[in-house]
Write a protein that binds this ligand. Structure first.
Ligand SMILES: *[C@@H]1O[C@H](CO)[C@@H](O)[C@H](O)[C@H]1NC(C)=O
Ligand SMILES: *[C@@H]1O[C@H](CO)[C@@H](O)[C@H](O)[C@H]1NC(C)=O
Ligand SMILES: *[C@@H]1O[C@H](CO)[C@@H](O)[C@H](O)[C@H]1NC(C)=O
Ligand SMILES: *[C@@H]1O[C@H](CO)[C@@H](O)[C@H](O)[C@H]1NC(C)=O
Ligand SMILES: *[C@@H]1O[C@H](CO)[C@@H](O)[C@H](O)[C@H]1NC(C)=O
Ligand SMILES: *[C@@H]1O[C@H](CO)[C@@H](O)[C@H](O)[C@H]1NC(C)=O
Ligand SMILES: *[C@@H]1O[C@H](CO)[C@@H](O)[C@H](O)[C@H]1NC(C)=O
Ligand SMILES: *[C@@H]1O[C@H](CO)[C@@H](O)[C@H](O)[C@H]1NC(C)=O
Ligand SMILES: *[C@@H]1O[C@H](CO)[C@@H](O)[C@H](O)[C@H]1NC(C)=O
Ligand SMILES: *[C@@H]1O[C@H](CO)[C@@H](O)[C@H](O)[C@H]1NC(C)=O
Length: 676
């Protein structure tokens, strides 16, 4: 049983979430003493806490949720007054409202060089379970059939409780839904959850397309892996207490990887963010969490909503496939245009708008529509000016090759990290534009909700679509290294990522972190940067979290901070990238301490190489790391010196450790705080 817990407390008008360190070891002892022979029951413990703050005699119906598997805590419906009383109880550390969060292919795997014939270990892959916290799943989809699948692995402790008319199989082995959403089923009525699950783990399904677009074989990264679906979202959003309950279950059910394409507006604090808390517990139990970085990139820098160092935060980028529309003008001219996004216009039979931001982003809409850049839009306007009865037709969308890929999508949220500026976020980028994957036939593929078409495969874009690519690759890497910690897997993904072109993606490293995921290289990274639970606790201590706030995240009553003189600054967390905030207007010297563990060849020697940047001087000591055995660790010290930076600017370089076979790359980013 966990030693402290979380409370989600409902107010009549809004939801509050309380985080509390019950000191429940003591509390348990009391209860056991008074109720000899009775097992400790978290629910009755929660009810008894409620009874202390609520005057009414029947409190059982106020208890909305008891977390008892991976955490200890509860959700309850209380008035402001009652919540205040609860907050003042001994051990309660913070009170905060729970909120409603938002949900944020075929070709994409080949684009990354991850072909259908890639080396696999099928017997291990079929025992990998990915948990999807999302809108549920469409169990009848061809992507989720279980032909040739064996039974769930022995470690599986989950259930199939998908509601009425939902049957699991040997592919979808677990299903749960959380009852604060109105629909009593894990069946995906939206499409988002099925899209995401099939991107990571979908079967190979031949000849899929969206009305002929993107035709080809749809497949996930690990088609033999198993799925556990946790439905926490409906059309309006996803309640945080449901998200926490889903993490609680997924961890206890025995999933290996969690994919969560859900996020809020922005990151402000750690200790009241359910995804941060859930992912911390997952990490502590050896489970990797992949989380979408957010779709707020158009609002500029510092918009990334997924910033905790114990999860993987994923940006969205383009692949080499682009969907375009052609517009035929009444004068017979045909012009090719770059995109097809538009808002629905009332009464129109089709629409052409000027929308540069979405130029390359294909969005499905109910009406024929086309969004054009200025020069293309100008062509249409002048035709319109010169013609008495201007006419235009929009042809069926086509697919062309986009040689500029990968570029981070403009909508993909940017760093720097608002909470810990010395941890680079997002961590890496993965395909998230124009992804074709399984859908729900009950959902509507159009973003404007006016579509009457129903499809089994649809095209969607967002960091939501990038996130399961990373979850799938994490699962793939895990099949080769079942005993690796979540941080080692994350390190493998980050240090082997393709370097991306800073001039092409607005924000550079703040757009793509370490770069673009490279699944095959990630399998064999050579060296890894590892961090464990206690390292993250030290990080929280050093950025000023109180021990009670830290316990709210760690759920460990024994969590403690070192004396402040021994604080480890966040820049020295053993992270696969290196970032520091420096002050403007003065020259700076920053050093980063890191430890790498050899997972490549026992007898190996790595030499440091630094990508040149004229405005930085970078020294690595030592610059040769020699290993005699696997699992051997070596430390090094990187000193970066530079002239003063302009306010709101950043400068970057990279360090590569190479033994001639492996290239272990870490971006180095120095930055001055951006303006909003
Ligand atoms: C909370 O209590 C109020 C008043 O008793 C009730 O109207 C509301 O439905 C309850 N909310 C939930 C989620 O149970
Ligand atoms: C179960 O759901 C499927 C998919 O919506 C539907 O085709 C089938 O008729 C349903 N069966 C029952 C018994 O409701
Ligand atoms: C592929 O799908 C399309 C559209 O659904 C269909 O017309 C075509 O016959 C299929 N091709 C094959 C080889 O099955
Ligand atoms: C507009 O898009 C067309 C391709 O459709 C491209 O050739 C042209 O360069 C673009 N113009 C600008 C200003 O980006
Ligand atoms: C992103 O925005 C920039 C500047 O607004 C624009 O030049 C570029 O074409 C856009 N990129 C994509 C992929 O839409
Ligand atoms: C079209 O005509 C309007 C009004 O005369 C003018 O303002 C505009 O510049 C013209 N546009 C083009 C693209 O010729
Ligand atoms: C916390 O510390 C106490 C006393 O050292 C120990 O008995 C207990 O097992 C620890 N609890 C956990 C969860 O580590
Ligand atoms: C930056 O340096 C210049 C020249 O040394 C000085 O005039 C200015 O006040 C400094 N600005 C800040 C914000 O420190
Ligand atoms: C280790 O590698 C070095 C250099 O490649 C080589 O000289 C040496 O013989 C190797 N030692 C062993 C035990 O393989
Ligand atoms: C790292 O290098 C810097 C600059 O040479 C030095 O000041 C610092 O003491 C070194 N740190 C460690 C732990 O070696």
């Amino acid at each position: 049983m966990a030693k402290s817990g979380f409370l989600l407390v409902f107010d009549i008008s809004f939801i509050l979430m309380l985080s509390l360190c019950l000191g429940s070891a003591a509390a348990n002892e009391d209860r056991k003493a008074t109720l000899p022979g009775l097992e400790y029951s978290p629910s009755s413990h929660h009810i008894s806490i409620l009874q202390d703050v609520v005057k009414s005699s029947s409190v059982a119906n106020l208890l909305l949720r008891s977390f008892k598997r991976s955490f200890n805590g509860f959700a309850a419906n209380l008035t402001n007054e009652e919540a205040k009383r609860l907050a003042s109880m001994k051990g309660v550390v913070s009170v905060f409202p729970s909120k409603t969060l938002q949900t944020l292919t075929t070709r994409s795997w080949d684009f990354m060089g991850f072909s259908e014939t890639v080396t696999r270990i099928p017997a291990v892959e079929s025992d990998i379970i990915i948990g999807f916290i999302d809108t549920g799943i469409w169990p009848e989809s061809a992507s989720f059939q279980d032909e040739g699948f064996g039974p769930p692995p022995k470690k599986w402790k989950g259930v199939c409780k998908g509601g009425k008319n939902f049957t699991c199989n040997n592919k979808i082995i677990g299903a749960r839904f959380y009852s604060s959403i109105t629909t009593q089923t894990t069946r995906d009525e939206i499409g988002h959850g099925s899209h995401i699950a099939s991107t990571a783990t979908g079967n190979k399904v031949k000849n899929t397309s969206f009305f002929g677009l993107g035709q080809g074989t749809a497949r996930g990264a690990v088609p033999s892996a198993k799925i556990a679906a946790y439905r926490v979202c409906n059309r309006i959003g996803c309640e945080s207490m449901d998200i926490l309950a889903a993490f609680d279950d997924a961890i206890a059910d025995g999933v290996n990887v969690i994919s969560i394409s859900i996020g809020g507006e922005g990151a402000i604090t750690f200790h009241d963010d359910v995804i941060v808390i859930g992912a911390f517990h997952a990490m502590a139990k050896g489970v990797v969490t992949s989380n979408a970085a957010g779709n707020n990139g158009l609002a500029g820098l510092q918009t990334v909503s997924s910033v905790a160092p114990w999860m993987i935060s994923v940006a969205a980028s383009t692949t080499d496939r682009k969907f375009i529309d052609k517009v035929v003008l009444g004068n017979g001219n045909t012009v090719n245009f770059g995109g097809n996004f538009v808002a629905r216009l009332a009464g129109a039979v089709g629409s052409i708008i000027l929308e540069e931001m979405f130029e390359n982003l294909a969005a499905v809409v109910a009406l024929p529509a086309c969004a054009l850049n200025k020069s293309n839009y100008g062509v249409i306007k002048s035709y319109q000016n010169m013609t008495k009865k201007p006419e235009a037709g929009i042809l069926k969308s086509e697919v062309i090759e986009d040689a500029t890929a990968p570029i981070v999508a403009n909508f993909s949220s940017r760093g720097p990290n608002f909470i810990v500026p010395d941890i680079l976020k997002p961590d890496l980028s993965a395909p998230g534009e124009n992804i074709l994957a399984a859908y729900s036939p009950l959902g509507t593929p159009a973003i404007d909700g006016a579509d009457t078409r129903h499809v089994e495969y649809s095209i969607d874009s967002g960091t939501s679509m990038a996130c399961p690519h990373v979850a799938g690759v994490a699962a793939y890497v895990k099949t080769f290294h079942p005993d690796w910690s979540p941080s080692a897997i994350k390190s493998a993904l980050m240090t082997t990522a393709w370097a991306m072109d800073q001039s092409k993606s607005l924000g550079g490293e703040f757009a793509y972190g370490s770069g673009h995921i490279n699944p095959i290289k990630a399998r064999d990274p050579g060296l890894v940067f590892e961090a464990l639970e206690e390292d993250y606790i030290k990080l929280l201590c050093s950025i000023g979290y109180t021990i009670d706030q830290i316990k709210a995240i760690s759920r460990d009553i024994n969590s403690s901070c070192p004396p402040s003189s021994q604080n480890v600054p966040p820049k020295d967390l053993n992270y696969p990238s290196m970032t520091a905030l420096v002050s403007s207007n003065e020259s700076f010297t920053v050093n980063f301490l890191r430890i790498v563990t050899n997972v490549g060849l026992a007898n190996s020697s790595y030499k440091a190489q630094v990508s040149p940047n004229p405005s930085l001087k970078i020294e690595v000591i030592p610059d040769i790391l020699s290993f005699k055995s696997l699992q051997e660790s070596k430390s090094f010290n990187v000193t970066v010196t530079g002239k003063s930076l302009e306010p709101y600017s950043m400068v970057s370089a990279s360090l590569i450790w190479s033994d001639g076979i492996h290239r272990v790359r870490s971006p180095i980013v120095l930055h001055i705080p951006p303006g909003k």
